[in-house]
Design a protein around this ligand. Structure first.
Ligand SMILES: Cc1cc2nc3c(=O)[nH]c(=O)nc-3n(C[C@H](O)[C@H](O)[C@H](O)COP(=O)(O)OP(=O)(O)OC[C@H]3O[C@@H](n4cnc5c(N)ncnc54)[C@H](O)[C@@H]3O)c2cc1C
Length: 388
């Protein structure tokens, strides 16, 4: 049986970040993925300033024109009605995950990680795992970065996510017509407690709808309506995937087994951004594993990781407060009007979408609005229909 200091399961942004960090530090690393790269991954591919920073720090890579479309044109809508068309917003980048993930995986291999591709993990013990083709590998620390339906999380905790609190999204890749501009479109009312998106890529436009699963009894109907609204080809078949959307695991690991990225539920509950959080948490998991191995106590890896991953979890908690003005019936009209007016709230929301603001920095702006929001809640509860 081959033995490694660290085995990473999954080579998406979280797994490749973990494998690159650990291999660059000189540890023996294996990276296991059920797919062979390049492979498709359902995702809008919106890449923010936060993602850019993480990619630079971990992989030493920059945003390049071959992999990304960069735009500062944002369009915010409500059921097709344009609330705001903003040509000079903070810029964002858009990528196809097939190419982007293959690049990250390549970086992990260049750093020295040994790939085991094309076979899923089928058994996991305390210090060894088995792949479906019978390959057995031993590890001191294991990092589960195997996405939202994580086998590693299921093995540790009995299930990979809670179906009552998780998000769900549907998406299609539509051909890009010459008429389509470079605007990133977000429709805040295409789903309940979620949104619809239309993201321009070099050759296509990624169109999708997502939100909290339990609040969207018929996500397919939401998607059909949104696809019509964006003038996309209705004949195209949607694909769907669960999305943690703020539903993170309080304890992402145990002993020498750590969970990163979607496997740990790390997706921003306001923007749906998961790529940055995946890269960040993957690198922190590797740092925690390294610390535990340096102390010759692999079982302490989780103790180190729980401290490193805390700021990401805290930012998700802070984002959940923002969600309370964006999505509930009592306050969503207020939020949409603020976006339409081009108020400071619009600027803050655009900063969040572009990954240029931390939720903690925005707390003041939110606190100033509490008296007004509180009054709206009361009016809503009492059914008061006076002037808005
Ligand atoms: C429809 C949709 C749209 C989204 N849009 C955006 C967006 O625009 N911007 C953004 O930042 N985020 C977006 N997200 C979230 C983002 O896609 C994820 O948060 C991100 O991919 C998480 O990265 P990861 O490395 O944790 O997992 P993944 O990218 O899912 O990678 C997991 C890897 O593990 C492998 N794997 C799975 N199971 C096994 C197994 N049993 N054995 C071995 N290997 C396994 C898979 O093949 C895969 O390569 C979106 C998500 C969805 C569903």
């Amino acid at each position: 049986m081959s033995e490694y200091d660290i085995i990473v399961v999954g080579s998406g942004p979280a797994g490749s970040a973990a494998a690159t960090t650990a291999a660059k530090a000189g540890y023996s690393v294996a990276v296991v993925d059920k797919a062979v790269f390049p492979r498709n991954k359902l995702c809008g591919g919106l890449f923010t300033g936060r993602s850019q920073k993480a990619m630079r720090r971990i992989f030493g890579q920059e945003v390049t024109q071959d992999l990304f479309v960069t735009t500062d044109h944002m369009r915010l809508l409500s059921k097709g009605r344009v609330l705001a068309d903003i040509p000079g917003a903070p810029p964002v980048h858009l990528t196809m995950r097939r190419d982007f993930d293959a690049m990250l995986h390549g970086e992990a291999i260049k750093a020295g990680a040994i790939p085991y591709l094309g076979h899923p993990i089928s058994e996991l013990g305390e210090n060894a795992l088995t792949l479906r083709d019978g390959t057995q590998l031993a590890f001191k620390v294991l990092i589960g970065a195997d996405g939202v339906s994580s086998f590693v999380a299921k093995t540790l905790f009995g299930r990979s996510f809670n179906p009552d609190t998780i998000g769900f999204a549907l998406e299609i890749e539509t051909p890009r017509t010459p008429a389509k501009d470079n605007a990133v479109e977000i429709d805040l009312d295409a789903a309940s407690w979620g949104y619809g998106w239309s993201f321009p890529k070099h050759k296509s436009v990624t169109v999708g709808v997502g939100g909290i699963n339990a609040r969207n009894a018929n996500m397919k109907a939401n998607m059909t309506a949104y696809v019509r609204q964006t003038d996309s080809d209705e004949e195209l078949r949607f694909k769907g995937q669960y999305l943690p959307f703020g539903d993170y695991r309080k304890k992402p690991g145990r002993g020498n087994i750590l969970l990163a990225g979607d496997a740990a539920g790390l997706v921003d509950p306001v923007t749906g951004e998961g790529i940055a959080l995946a890269m960040e948490s993957g690198s922190y998991a590797a740092e925690a594993a390294i610390k535990a191995l340096q102390n010759k106590r692999p079982q302490t890896a989780y103790v180190h990781y729980s401290k490193l991953v805390k700021p990401i979890q805290r930012s998700i908690d802070q984002a959940k407060i923002w969600r309370m003005i964006m999505f509930p019936k009592a306050t969503k009209g207020y939020f949409r009007k603020a976006l339409e007016r081009g108020s400071s709230m619009q600027a803050k929301y655009l900063d969040l979408l572009a990954g240029e603001a931390e939720y903690a920095d925005l707390r003041g702006a939110l606190l100033r609005r509490i008296p007004n929001l509180g009054w709206r809640f009361i009016k809503h509860r009492l059914g008061f229909k006076g002037p808005a």
